[in-house]
Design a protein. Structure first.
Ligand SMILES: Nc1ncnc2c1ncn2[C@@H]1O[C@H](COP(=O)(O)OP(=O)(O)O)[C@@H](O)[C@H]1O
Ligand SMILES: [Mg+2]
Length: 268
């Protein structure tokens, strides 16, 4: 490979689901996207446009119909086996019988990291997500926002070079959500991880992303890509003109693609 190393390469991917009644759902059509190492890319688009499907293909949870996906130059199967990425989806998916700390340490435990190193890492992550005092609590003792933070800490435990996040903040109230966005920015800066992030929130996508990928449904396609080049992703950005311009650009494209009508500034 030459130039910037690629975290995820999605090349001409189609996904057709066969339904039990013998019908077909063409979920993705000719989707191509490269995500560079360390890059933050959001997927946004109307419900049913194939965002989750695309994430599941990258994570090797479903087979693709045609095209190719590689993760750090490997097949998706190899990348899954090598656990090259952390996953955080909308449901926190914590194990209810394990403590917060034990949930965060799970991937480390699976990979045979010894108890002392596991504890050091979970201490770090508990501090990062602000849940030091909850290490010995169990998931059912936590709020939704706290559970999501634990799930994200677990996804980060092995300092993956790639995070796959499908509406991870969808269930959170606005304040917790902005707090989690700030934490995610800090985590990415700390680890240099690339992120593919699915969200319904235009401001969230714009705040977090180097590029926002706009998709349209039936079949799901990429219609536009909006690059965002902010100096810093901090609280000031949320009040910045450049931020509002980004939001407007994405909203215009999204509504254009929803109606199948004219599109805005950055056709691909
Ligand atoms: N396992 C499946 N079998 C059949 N159709 C599916 C399956 N999973 C998703 N679909 C269909 O594929 C399309 C894209 O779904 P999805 O990726 O979940 O959309 P999004 O996450 O953007 O809301 C939808 O029309 C959905 O009904
Ligand atoms: Mg989805």
């Amino acid at each position: 490979m030459t130039g910037t190393p690629v975290a995820v390469r999605i090349d001409g991917v189609d996904k057709v689901f066969r339904t039990r009644k013998g019908g077909e759902v063409h979920a993705l059509s000719d989707v191509s996207l490269d995500v560079a190492a360390g890059e933050f890319v959001s997927l946004i688009g109307p419900s049913g446009c194939g965002k989750s499907t695309l994430m599941r293909l990258v994570a090797d949870l479903d087979p693709l119909t045609s095209g190719e996906i590689t993760v750090f130059g490997k097949s998706v199967e190899q990348a899954r086996k090598d656990q090259d990425y952390g996953i955080a989806f909308q449901q926190a998916g914590l194990l209810p019988w394990r403590s917060v700390r034990a949930n965060i340490e799970l991937p480390l435990e699976i990979h045979g990291v010894d108890a002392r190193d596991r504890r050091d890492r979970s201490d770090e992550l508990l501090a990062l997500i602000g849940l030091e005092d909850f290490a010995d609590h169990h998931p059912d003792q936590l709020s939704g926002g706290m559970k999501q933070r634990v799930a994200i800490a677990r996804a980060m435990a092995e300092r993956p070079r790639l995070l796959l996040m499908d509406e991870p903040f969808g269930a959170l109230d606005e304040m917790t959500r902005e707090h989690m966005q700030n934490e995610l920015v800090a985590l990415c800066q700390e680890t240099g991880a690339a992120v593919i992030f699915v969200t319904h929130s235009i401001p969230e996508a714009v705040f977090l992303s180097d590029r926002v990928v706009v998709m349209s449904p039936r079949p799901g396609r990429i219609t536009d890509i909006v690059p965002l080049d902010f100096k810093a992703r901090d609280e000031d950005l949320r009040e910045d003109t450049a931020f509002y311009e980004g939001v407007t650009a994405v909203r215009t494209l999204l509504h254009g693609s929803e109606q199948g009508g004219p599109r805005g500034v950055e056709n691909r």
